[in-house]
Write a new protein. Structure first.
Length: 183
């Protein structure tokens, strides 16, 4: 009886272990398809949710985004981020390179984390966090502020470029939420 219980316990553990591996495998596959993740948390300066105060702007330009994490933000992230933002703006059909009222996207990266050894075992969590401001180019007035996050939670999405991609998704996701109510 005791041997049967031990064998049954080992069988259940084997099933649980294999489903864990399968779920990690599925998560990695989805990560390849979707890329890094981006999110934002807006300061309450742009009016009620659903308002589109950015709709009156005809051009969105990437300004300076700096390291405010004591030199620990990789220079590759700061170099890659502007191109990723422009790519995401294009995908979201937000205007760039037009004449008219212009928004400058600028800010500072204040946190950067690379997955350590434990992250590799239990599923990586890498992220870059930035405070982003949208500034009216003509007046210098800050139109809105948000904290934006670029995050990779799969091994397939690790690395500086992927965190820049995720951060760009968060930034442009925020802009899109205040530019149009339609997708």
């Amino acid at each position: 009886m005791k041997t049967r219980n031990i064998l049954f316990g080992l069988f259940v553990m084997a099933i649980l272990a294999s489903t864990g591996c399968m779920s990690r495998l599925a998560k990695e596959g989805l990560g390849v398809a979707t890329g890094a993740k981006g999110a934002f948390s807006e300061a309450p300066s742009m009016g009620p949710k659903g308002a589109t105060p950015l709709r009156s702007y005809q051009d969105f330009q990437v300004g300076k985004i700096t390291d405010d994490f004591g030199g620990r933000t990789p220079s590759l992230l700061l170099a890659t981020l502007p191109g990723q933002i422009r790519k995401e703006l294009k995908e979201e059909e937000i205007p760039t390179g037009r004449a008219g009222r212009t928004i400058l996207i600028q800010g500072r990266v204040f946190y950067y984390e690379k997955a350590g050894m434990m992250g590799q075992v239990f599923g990586p969590l890498e992220e870059a966090i930035a405070e982003i401001q949208l500034v009216d180019k003509d007046t210098g007035r800050v139109v809105g502020t948000a904290v934006c996050v670029g995050r990779s939670t799969t091994t397939s999405n690790q690395g500086v470029e992927k965190k820049a991609e995720g951060l760009a998704k968060g930034i442009v996701g925020w802009i899109a939420s205040r530019y149009t109510t339609e997708k």
